[in-house]
Design a protein around this ligand. Structure first.
Ligand code: PEP
Length: 249
């Protein structure tokens, strides 16, 4: 049976003390069952988060990484650096990285390959812009993004891939895809994976939904058969809200 996952992307929020406070508040919420829970603090706080969450089932993941192992790439971090502080999973392709840091599908293909080569899990984000949906190009846009970044991977790499469909128009806007829109797209994505790889891989890959998931809408979205959890931004910064979303699975 495929995994259920709820991951919180803290983006560029929380200083050292605030990171500790949020982690303490999450730990105080107690345990959860039947779902993998991950949090992505900013890179400077990863090591501290790994240490403070070492006695908890919450996994610490990265928000980004460079494709090279090391070298003259000022300001960047690599898969081996993440692993050296106990981080074995990374978000790649977030729409903010694509929009503000010019991450192309080609660069993402390299990043994914590099992460997988280092045996890291990848939470791969993709999704259409508002104008793509309005012009009914959303299926084509999603297919292109997946093709360019993921479809040259070997079959074996899929054990390390988690997909996160995040329509850009729903990220941080308060507007969510309806549960039906999410299900329609997730079923389409699973079909693409089956066509390009095989049924078994498609059946086992977790496909998360991201875009203004809140305690009030999580249960309905997560109830859809091809939605295997969520990637949460804003609501992940509040322990009560994040935990309520975790419990909605
Ligand atoms: C995100 O940034 O991945 C995200 C889903 O943000 P939000 O939940 O705030 O829309």
């Amino acid at each position: 049976m495929r995994k259920k996952i709820v991951a919180g992307n803290w983006k560029m929020n929380n200083n050292k003390a605030e990171t500790d406070q949020l982690i303490a508040a999450l730990k105080a919420k107690g345990s959860f069952t039947g779902v993998e829970v991950k949090v992505a603090p900013t890179s400077i706080h990863l090591a501290q988060a790994v240490e403070t969450l070492s006695d908890s089932a919450i996994e610490v993941i990265g928000q980004n990484m460079h494709q090279a192992t090391n070298g003259a790439y000022t300001g960047e971090i690599s898969a081996v650096m993440l692993q050296s502080v106990g981080v074995n999973s990374v978000i790649l392709g977030h729409s903010e990285r694509r929009a503000y840091f010019n991450e192309t599908d080609e660069a993402l293909e390299e990043k994914v390959a590099s992460a997988v080569k280092q045996d890291m899990e990848v939470v791969f984000c993709f999704g259409e812009e508002l104008e793509d949906r309005q012009s009914e190009q959303h299926f084509q846009v999603v297919e292109d993004q997946l093709h360019k970044a993921l479809f040259s991977l070997p079959h074996t790499a899929w054990e390390k891939i988690v997909l996160a469909y995040e329509p850009v128009w729903a990220i941080g806007t308060g507007e969510t895809a309806s549960p039906e829109q999410a299900q329609e797209m997730h079923a389409f994505i699973r079909g693409l994976v089956a066509q390009n790889f095989d049924e078994n891989i498609a059946e086992n890959v977790a496909i998360l939904y991201g875009g203004s998931v809140k305690p009030a809408n999580a249960q309905e979205i997560f109830s859809k058969p091809d939605v295997d959890g969520g990637l949460i931004g804003g609501a992940a910064l509040n322990a009560d809200d994040f935990f309520a979303i975790v419990q909605s699975i």
